[in-house]
Design a protein around this ligand. Structure first.
Ligand code: SRM
Ligand code: SF4
Length: 569
């Protein structure tokens, strides 16, 4: 990082905030507006909330000279995605009492509530905490919700990785008492001299930081979208250690080729005992070397690309005081969920349900609440916005199934394989950064494509398909076989050729296509795939072999495909 460059404004804001306090308490108490100042909004993120407004009615309110229809998004951290039935019921209550009547299951195994108004924000956060959940560090320049494969009861390996994810999460949670003071009426710290952030320091990280733990062959946590990942190496059902991957990420900006999605580099292997230490030290290298002058260049992926993965490994080994071992062999086969019932080695059952767009609403919400009221196991949020009803005993299963049947959930996973492998980010109307629809548009696009797939005999062939309202990449679009990335209202960039296991970036195939053009463009490619694919060949591999798009390599090349004119004649 060049010393002459001016630090980003957020850096001084963090220093002056006195460990994330700033004027947040005063801003929240000000009832003359439903909003907050710009700095308060930035600080609020560290506490797990975003100021938003209802974009469906923004223009009308502007015309009538009214303040935007402000409300808050609250993100609830759920390390490893595990929630008890009591916590589920609490989220369900809060959805009705303070939010917009829905629960959103996110792509990082967390809960979100949308539409909470300022005067009810504190009360809502207090109730979340009373249910032994919290929102601190769900957003902001800190480590976010730690993801892990959500099926811990299937083998001892899964139980181990859940434990390790929780340990990483606990270790990297900010130490500031600001959260307790502001939201939970905790005692005020009298002097800042008393307070330290032992890991982060006063300026926290240059940008957000994301960690995931995967168990091959499943890459359901999409390690290549994370700053740091641990890939469990399992021998005889025991985790002998973890490969360490660094520098993955999705976010980019249209028209700014210096920003791009990036696959993580696998740089070594560590033992289970070293995982928390490695997490801390990777985070510290990024804390010390990440770019604090340009927030669009501040993620670990750019720190590594600016210097090299070898440089990063040397620094990391220095910080650790020991060397990572060489990485071990492993293979991912998919990054989607495995739906339906499975039985574990203890004789309990787990049901992976499909929740379209991760949005729990209406009848499905009532059904899941009824299940929570009788459920003796727990709930697991998956990284694909779906839900596992976990640890159902053989005796309890008929009761759970009767409720699933009554509320139309029993066959939720009997959809086309395309739909089951779809992800849409939230986008409109709540997301302030959305350029086009996503959660509200993808189901219809999938329906159109299903007709073509059905016709070609491909209904049961899993193809990953993702849509986001902008190129920030919250639905991890650049890792899917088909992706639509919002450009402007009703228009998307179409990407093809991601790896089915989330291990290869896709490539831009067409720019600014309309909703109507999507079907026209994709129909012949799907037909070609049905006719010309090789035995077992995945759609993402086929479109590269058939010359629709070039295989992607890293970095600036991501934007090169269209210019190279790689389209099939
Ligand atoms: Fe995200 C910003 C929603 C996962 C990359 N993301 C946002 C905000 C908060 C918009 C904002 O800053 O005002 C969105 C709120 C929309 C809303 O109304 O709810 C938002 N992101 C989401 C969620 C809810 C999408 C979903 O439909 O599930 C996911 C919440 C995850 C969680 O529980 O923590 C979500 N966001 C992701 C992911 C996927 C992942 O982490 O696996 C990514 C790509 C991975 C990565 O970070 O590189 C992602 N979100 C971003 C970015 C781009 C970051 C970058 O490095 O450029 C932004 C914008 C930013 O930070 O400036 C963003
Ligand atoms: Fe909003 Fe863009 Fe993220 Fe979608 S990808 S939720 S539109 S920031």
């Amino acid at each position: 990082m060049s010393e002459e460059k001016k630090l980003a404004h957020n850096e001084s804001m963090k220093i002056e905030s006195n460990y994330l306090r700033g004027t947040l308490a005063e801003g929240l108490a000000d009832t003359s507006t439903g909003g907050l100042t710009e700095d308060e909004q930035q600080l609020l993120k560290f506490h797990g909330c975003y100021l938003q407004d209802d974009r469906d009615i923004r223009a009308g309110r502007r015309k009538n000279k009214l303040e935007k229809a402000f409300s808050f998004l609250i993100r609830v951290r759920v390390p490893g995605g595990v929630a008890t039935p009591a916590q589920w019921i609490k989220m369900d209550n809060l959805a009705d009492d303070y939010a917009n009547g829905t629960i959103k299951l996110t792509t990082r195994q967390a809960f979100q509530l949308h539409g909470v108004i300022k005067t009810q924000l504190k009360k809502t956060i207090q109730e979340i905490n009373a249910a032994a959940m919290d929102t601190i560090a769900a957003c902001g320049d800190v480590n976010r919700n730690v993801m892990c494969n959500p099926n811990p009861f299937l083998s001892e390996a899964h139980a181990e990785i859940l434990k390790i994810s929780q340990e990483i999460s606990d270790h990297l949670t900010p130490a500031t008492k600001a959260y307790h003071e502001i939201w939970l009426d905790g005692d005020k710290v009298e002097s800042t001299a008393e307070e330290v952030e032992p890991i982060y320091g006063k300026t926290y990280l240059p940008r957000k930081f994301k960690i995931a733990v995967a168990v091959p062959p499943s890459n359901d946590v999409d390690i290549h979208a994370n700053d740091l990942s641990f890939v469990a190496i399992v021998e005889n059902s025991k985790v002998v250690g973890y490969n360490v991957a660094v520098g993955g990420g999705m976010g980019m900006t249209h028209g700014a080729p210096e920003t791009y999605p990036r696959l993580a580099d696998i740089i070594g292997f560590c033992t289970p005992e070293q995982v928390v230490d490695v997490s801390e030290k990777v985070l510290l290298v990024q804390r010390d070397f990440g770019d604090r002058t340009n927030r669009k260049h501040a993620r670990l992926k750019y720190t590594i690309d600016d210097r090299s993965a070898e440089w990063f490994l040397e620094r990391l080994n220095e910080y650790l005081g020991y060397d990572l071992e060489p990485a071990r062999e492993f293979k991912f086969e998919h990054n989607g969920d495995r739906f339906g019932w499975v039985e574990d080695h203890e004789g309990d059952f787990h049901l992976n349900l499909f929740i379209e767009g991760g949005r729990v609403r209406d009848r499905a919400r009532t059904g899941l609440r009824k299940i929570a009221e009788i459920h003796e196991g727990d709930f697991r949020l998956t990284g694909n916005q779906n839900l596992i009803i976990a640890k159902v005993s053989a005796a309890k299963r008929p009761e759970v199934e009767a409720l699933l049947e009554e509320y139309g959930l029993l066959k939720s996973h009997e959809q086309s394989a395309l739909r089951l492998n779809s992800i849409a980010c939230v986008s409109l109307p709540t997301c302030g950064l959305a350029l086009a629809e996503a959660e509200r548009a993808l189901p219809g696009v999938v329906t159109d494509l299903e007709n073509v797939l059905e016709d070609c005999g491909l209904r049961h062939d899993a193809i990953t398909i993702r849509m986001t309202g902008c190129p920030n990449g919250c639905g991890r679009p650049f890792l899917s076989e088909i992706a639509f990335v919002g450009r402007s209202p009703g228009k998307y960039n179409l990407y093809l050729g991601g790896g089915h296991a989330g291990d290869r970036l896709n490539k831009l195939y067409r720019e600014a296509v309309t909703r109507e053009e999507i079907l026209t463009i994709l129909t012949p490619i799907i037909r070609d795939y049905a006719k010309s694919r090789e035995e077992g060949e995945k759609f993402g591999d086929f479109v590269i072999r058939a010359g629709y798009v070039a295989a992607t390599i890293q970095g600036l090349d991501f934007h090169a495909n269209l210019k190279a004119g790689a389209t099939r004649t």
